[in-house]
Design a protein around this ligand. Sequence first.
Ligand code: ZN
Length: 263
Amino acid sequence: MKPRRIIFFGAHPDDPDILFGGTAIKLAQAGHIVKLVSVTNGDTGHHILSRAETVRIRYQETQASAALAGIYEYQVLDHPCGLEVNIANREEIIRIIRCFAPEVVITHRLCDYHPDHRAVAQLVLDTAYTVTVPHYCEDTPIPEKTPVYAHSFDRFQEPRPFRADAAVEIDSVLEHKLALFDCHKSQFYEWLPWNSGYKDFNVKQLSEAERRQWLLRYVERFKVAAEMARDKLLATVEYAEVFEFSPYGASCEPEEFQRLFSC
Ligand SMILES: [Zn+2]
């Protein structure tokens, strides 16, 4: 079987792990070629570290996570948070997609709460057609096959709820996915607790079981996702990452869309 090439664009250096980590692990284990991209360097996301120090640590954390996941590459682009939707950024993403030549491109939805997530969604969707246009980025050849575009799961209801067109059970790799989170220490044990009101959070005071319990908070949403996609999953599946087909990229029958994520 020819390995599939799949790329995920997230806004920050932990979004790919949260939204696609389990699927990335399973695809990599099955011999597929998975690339994760954080379009910003995450510089503003810490309450104590300087922006430069945050960038340095965030990059190291992505590389530790990539090694643990067994994926091909985890690229962090050198954009500060507060990402702009502009032509230069769109062309950078076109070049990344053309060089990697994926079958599937995945990103956030346009209705996400975070401006960087929305900017990445817009930039990536804006490549769905232009990636095929020869006079865009003439220095980078167009791959033979136009990729299918997809969105990762969110719980936003406006303008419409997420549609789970494909589902991947992640119960079998749940501990492995939590171990990816554990690589992002400056996020899951520092910034995210502080930002959600746990100002005195100290991971060193937690037992192993308490630490795991803390990380489980960040996969709770994938129980909701599994319920949403129950028709595509066994009744016993507890956690699933789900994906929505985007009509902007290559066309794709529903069965084929599910097959693209199968491990
Ligand atoms: Zn994010």
